[in-house]
Design a protein around this ligand. Structure first.
Ligand code: ATP
Length: 575
């Protein structure tokens, strides 16, 4: 049995390291000691979650609860806990410090194993209904009563969702490989397994019980796949140069849904892999009617405006569903789901099949109106592609998606198997998705709203760091400024995110969670930003402005530094 005290001391060790290789080695020494019964739970603890995201089990513990629990476990008054927190800026540190000077000792203490701590966290997360707030405080207090000061530091950070070890999924995958194979040789198959089930705990359990199956890990209904993502090009010519003959689909600005069906059971997941089944009863009903026993498919859902004879874009589709009630909205604004991929069919994993044969299956299976194949044409030349693109744009669509006929479905990866061409490309305006890492207070006219803009970062998967790319102060409406400031205020932290590389300061740092889409004119080099830094200069967006909040994206899906660098190179090549 792995003791939580061992986990805590490894966490402490990891916090002192900054390089990914070092962290991997330290973490592997911990993973190697876990047995098959506890490895899954240990992995969730490392990821700072209690279950894979699609199960929707959040810890939901606010600072107030944590303060109450620290107070009762340490014997200090809540006011004293808050006072220490004001100084330390981290409730985990406060818990540690106050437990060190504990005014009362617990009557009896249990030695806590990983499973024990995990189960307590799960109970805490699942407590709901009347009295659940007290129950959460009680569970947390019990844990803290049994905890050493160091353990308390991590327990408190964990329940607040601020573990911040700087250990991301890539490091955990590396460490699992090192723990089992002694080197990184299993990394690729572990990563694929994770990408096709989005449940790292499950992958680890499989690795510890049936390691031989990792290599051929299969897609399974009700374990959502991480979505395949598209690269971009800026002209029909460059797309044809890359793909040659290819399939060109309409690019719909809808809501990406992954639909899983087995027998009568149907579940829907969003792009962020959150369960969306209740939001789209119309899609569920149609999926049940399909004449296949088991199927996983993906498509873009769009609401149709009968009066105007056109589709609503994504934001409006969702807004109408929320505002008018789901049932009413599905009658007034019926949905169409344009199916563009199929990932599993009657026991067979389809992700290793070519796009050509997946597409043939789509054409065979989807004949209805609600669920229909996305529009697709085979093209050979840039000229043919341009005709389809112009047609898409004239219909008010975003553009097209060109697809490599021979490519597999690569879950969770951005590949040239799919290439997007949007109407904005080739013009001055392009956008990135970044995460807000800090914000500024208003000055001058803006002082009234106390909001002066945000500092936005992109992700560098090689180093595991967030790198800043823009200070974005325009493009917000007054209402947005007020609501954004309220949202960010709740996410304030005393220190910058631990994995942030930055050269400029902000008024307040925040938890890196909130994803925004930012438009810009072009990309320049600047010593103020750290994106794709080389020779003391990073890449920065010129004239950045806020386009919209991307509530449908998690931080794992933001633009990477490498993509920004590619945009910069495309721009250079053009000029
Ligand atoms: P990305 O998904 O690449 O991170 P994004 O969410 O900002 O980027 P876009 O760059 O506009 O979106 O385009 C990709 C998205 O387009 C896909 O995630 C999918 O939801 C949507 N899409 C629309 N039509 C199609 C189609 N025919 N095939 C694949 N994806 C499509």
């Amino acid at each position: 049995m792995l003791l939580f005290s061992d986990v805590a001391s490894v966490f402490e060790e990891i916090e002192k390291r900054s390089g990914r290789l070092e962290m991997t080695d330290v973490l592997a020494t911990l993973l190697v000691r876990a047995d098959a019964a506890e490895i899954g739970e240990l992995i969730y603890l490392l990821q700072g979650i209690v279950a894979p995201p699609y199960l929707g089990i959040d810890l939901g513990v606010g600072e107030r609860f944590a303060i109450a629990a620290i107070a009762s476990a340490s014997g200090y008054a809540p006011g004293e806990v808050e006072k220490d927190y004001k100084k330390s800026g981290d409730l985990g540190d406060t818990a540690e410090a106050l437990l060190r000077k504990r005014k009362q000792t617990a009557l009896s203490t249990t030695e806590m194993g990983v499973e024990y701590v995990y189960d307590a966290m799960l109970r805490l997360a699942k407590a709901s209904g009347p009295g659940s707030q007290d129950a959460k405080i009680k569970h947390l207090t019990e844990l803290l009563n049994n905890a050493s000061p160091i353990e308390a530091r991590y327990i408190v950070r964990f329940v607040l969702g601020r573990l911040r070890l700087g250990v991301g999924d890539p490091t955990i995958l590396d460490s699992l490989s090192v723990a089992k194979a002694g080197d990184r040789s299993m990394r690729e198959s572990l990563e694929r397994a994770y990408n096709v089930c989005s449940d790292m705990g499950y992958v680890a359990r499989t690795l510890y019980t049936k390691p031989e199956t990792i290599q051929s890990f299969h897609v399974q209904p009700f374990k959502p796949l991480m979505p395949a993502l598209a690269e971009r090009e800026d002209s029909p010519k460059s797309i044809i140069a890359r793909l040659g003959r290819c399939g060109v689909e309409m690019k719909y600005d809808g809501f990406r849904l992954q639909c899983h069906k087995l027998g009568e059971k149907v579940e829907l997941y969003s792009r962020k892999l959150e369960r969306m089944t209740d939001m789209f009863p119309d899609v569920v009903k149609e999926a049940r009617k399909l004449k296949t026993e088991g199927i996983i498919f993906e498509g873009e859902a769009l609401a149709y405006d009968k009066k105007k004879g056109r589709y609503f874009p994504f934001q409006q589709t969702m807004h109408r569903r929320r505002k008018h009630g789901i049932e009413e909205a599905s009658i007034e604004f019926p949905l169409n789901l344009f199916v563009f991929d199929i990932l599993y069919l009657d026991g067979a994993d389809m992700t290793g099949e070519s796009y050509r044969s997946r597409r043939a299956a789509i054409q065979r299976i989807f004949k209805g109106k609600v669920l229909q194949p996305s529009q697709m044409k085979l093209v050979r030349t840039a000229k043919e592609l341009k005709v389809i693109f112009d047609d898409a744009v004239s219909k008010g669509l975003e553009g097209i998606m060109a697809k490599d006929l021979e490519a597999h479905y690569t879950a969770g990866k951005r590949k040239f198997a799919w290439i997007k061409l949007k109407k904005s490309y080739g013009k001055a305006v392009d956008t990135i998705d970044g995460v807000v890492v800090g914000y500024y207070l208003g000055r001058g006219q803006r002082a009234e709203f106390e909001f002066g803009g945000v500092l936005v970062a992109v992700f560098n998967p090689d180093s595991g760091k967030l790198e800043t790319v823009a200070k974005c102060a325009t493009g917000f409406t007054e209402d947005e400024m007020v609501s954004l400031r309220e949202t960010l205020e709740k996410m304030k932290t005393a220190k910058p995110p631990p994995n942030l590389e930055y050269n400029i300061e902000v008024d307040y740092w925040v938890e890196p969670k909130f994803v925004v889409e930012v438009a810009f004119d072009d990309i320049t080099q600047s010593p103020n930003h750290t994106c794709a830094m080389s020779e003391g200069k990073g890449l920065a967006l010129r004239f950045p402005r806020m386009v919209k909040m991307r509530e449908d994206k998690t931080i794992k899906e933001i633009t990477t530094s490498d993509e920004v660098r590619r945009m910069f190179e495309l721009q250079r090549a053009k000029s």
